[in-house]
Design a protein around this ligand. Sequence first.
Ligand code: MG
Length: 385
Amino acid sequence: MGGVKKVAILGSTGSIGQQALDVIRALPDKLKVVALTGNKNRKLLEKQIREFQPKMFCSSVKPDVSYGGEFLSVEEIASHPEVDFVIVATAGKAGLSPTLAALQAGKTVALADKEVLVMAGEIIVREASIHHAQILPIDSEHSAIWQCLQGEESKPQRLFLTASGGPFYHYSQSQLAKVTPEQALQHPVWKMGRKVTIDSATLMNKGLEVIEAHWLFSFPFDSIEILIHPQSIVHSMVEFMDGSLKAQLSWPDMRLPIQYALSYPRRWSNSELPRLDWNKIDSLNFEPIDHDSFPCLKLAVDAGKSGGTYPAVLCAADEVAVELFLSHKISFTDIAKIVQKTLEQHRNIGQPSLEEILAADNWARECTTRLSLGHCEEPERRSNP
Ligand code: MG
């Protein structure tokens, strides 16, 4: 299909959503916004709607705009015949139901909301396959792996996800315990939303990315490795059976993986995307990660390996714990402790339905909140799905 690609952005007011709009703004002869959805940031959504005049929009608070656009549900937008391409840039479980709607309608889905695959990877991959719908990665590491796989018929033997290590990589446990939300929100390389910035500092984000890679590339957990790479220039690597490694490099800028998903299988020139300036790069460093130093990383990978409802519980517990940390109610090191306790209290369900996944998510939110208040030593088991 030639011509202009008609794009829906779910979560257009978030960090990825705004950068997706930057890409579309720069390429008006190739891309057109046909739908925008937002949540709490009404002012920004109204501004975006006025600029792009999408055919459809959705938001939790009805935006104050008057033009010919139609107010629809996110699921109606995601599966609408006028939409060619759906960018899921929502946060957490909000992306789950619209992603399923888009896949069931056979749409091409570019996923930036990693929790969708973490929580319900099995269901998402199955629905995509049944409906011949494509899932394309937007996360920079997964986009890198996907780019490295182009033109290869042999599956790699190992995947190397790179991690900047976040701002506290060399901190001791006692230093970590004193980290403030303000410090944790200063990521050394990437400019991202608040939740993912904290997840990068605890390395929970990298753990979620391991689970994401497992589902996107149907790759076993034990063959996915993590390398600390502070410069964030090499976005990830694959290693083939002959020992050859392929990596994807670029200046860290999320607009590139967003644009690659949109242009695939081609590449488009965009003068706004930065070029690597080798004069500014002294060295590229890599260091295997010490899993034991990062409890959140280990919790995530273990939850991914156990499967069932554990990954959904992990995501929900982490979301609540990060919010508690950001509102100064728990310490930085409490995030891992409280997530671990929630996982320990959970009774796993293997091959869960979507309803069971959402019930586990609800249960975990309640449990984590009660744990933070200090009275969830033994949560009521009967409330556990
Ligand atoms: Mg990433």
